[in-house]
Ligand binder design. Structure first.
Ligand code: UDP
Length: 327
């Protein structure tokens, strides 16, 4: 298929764009490079543009005869969404509505959307399946939920076909170590821990060890970025206006912050000093996916089920690119 990947210069977008190309699809990346990296796009065609630029979007969709859109371009920092919600509502909500308008203008009906487990807020229990109530606890989660609703309504009224994929914690890097995670500022656990292993930071701060979990630290479900990419390809090919999908994407395995740090020590062979800090506001104790529905419907299984292997791929990337794409 001919596919436009918005945010294709970003972390999950670049891995998915690559997989699409390897799978024989024609890929065009659309990214404003505010957080993405030209180096992550490789040789794929890149249109530098903003979601708010509806004319450019429409022209791009028409010029490349696009058949499906995979939409990653969004801001995704929970804390920043609390202090600067306007940025999130403007880009994640208005920007996506602008994209949907452009798709209608260009007669493109298929979209795979990056949603998030943050739409579940603080769930009553884990693992979380798709029937759990969606009750976000921060603006980021609300912007993603708003678009899930818009997609539902657009599918009903305009015959759009969509998949809303609710990711848990994306992690790892491409197996060949060519592309990986590069955020400025970095706030995610695994890259921060690996920065300590590289000697770029003195220690990692554990955000609370008094949670009601086995070792007192928060539990998350770390899903490899290439497994996420595979699920996008499968969803894109399957959806029709009568068969829209809302699916969790995770491994179904919970891993604590302490376990991530220990696994990273094992993988890197470095000490990785850690200290206990205060809790981070808004962190649920445990977020683990029940992804049975995605397994069945997409005929998809994560290949990386051992978090050590996921961390190994991340380490390969960080070790060979200590300054990310900048070098
Ligand atoms: N975390 C931590 N120290 C850090 C960064 C993160 O203890 O320096 C914890 C965080 O509280 C959460 C887990 O690691 O429980 C994963 O956080 P991350 O920001 O990577 O992803 P999130 O779960 O917020 O999407």
């Amino acid at each position: 298929m001919r596919v436009l990947v918005t945010g294709g210069a970003g972390y999950i977008g670049s891995h998915t764009a690559r997989k699409l190309a390897v799978g024989g699809h024609n890929v065009v990346v659309y990214d404003n490079l505010s957080a993405g990296h030209r180096g992550a796009v490789g040789k794929l065609p890149l249109v530098v543009g903003d979601l708010s630029d509806g004319e450019k979007l429409t022209a791009t969709l028409k010029e490349y005869n696009i058949e499906a859109v995979i939409h990653f371009a969004a801001f995704a920092l929970v804390g920043e969404s609390v202090t600067n919600p306007a940025k999130y509502y403007q880009n994640n909500v208005l920007g996506t509505l602008s994209l949907l308008d452009a798709m209608r203008a260009a007669d493109v009906t298929r979209i795979v959307f990056s949603s998030t487990c943050a739409t579940y807020g603080i769930p009553a229990s884990s693992p979380i399946d798709e029937s759990f109530p969606q009750a976000p606890v921060n603006p980021y989660g609300f912007t993603k939920l708003a678009i899930e609703h818009a997609l539902q309504d657009y599918a009903h009224a305009y015959g759009m076909a969509f998949a809303a994929l609710r990711y848990f914690n994306a992690a790892g890097a491409s197996a060949d170590g060519d592309i990986g995670e590069d955020h400025t500022p970095e706030s995610h656990l695994i890259p921060l821990v690996l920065q300590v292993a590289l000697g770029q930071r003195k220690s990692i701060s554990i955000f609370g060890n008094d949670y009601p979990t086995s070792d007192g630290t928060c539990i998350r479900d770390y899903i490899h970025v290439d497994d996420l990419a595979d699920a996008h390809l499968a969803a894109m090919q399957q959806i029709t206006p009568d068969h829209c999908l809302k699916l969790n994407l995770g491994t179904g395995q919970g891993v604590s912050v302490q376990e991530i740090i220990q696994a990273s020590r094992d993988v890197t062979g470095k000490d990785i000093p850690a200290e206990i800090g205060p809790r981070r506001e808004g962190d649920p104790p445990a977020l683990v996916a029940n992804a049975d529905k995605a397994h069945k419907i997409l005929n998809w299984q994560p290949k990386y089920m051992d978090v050590r292997e996921t961390i190994e791929t991340a380490w390969r990337w960080h070790h060979s690119h200590p300054h990310g794409f900048a070098q």
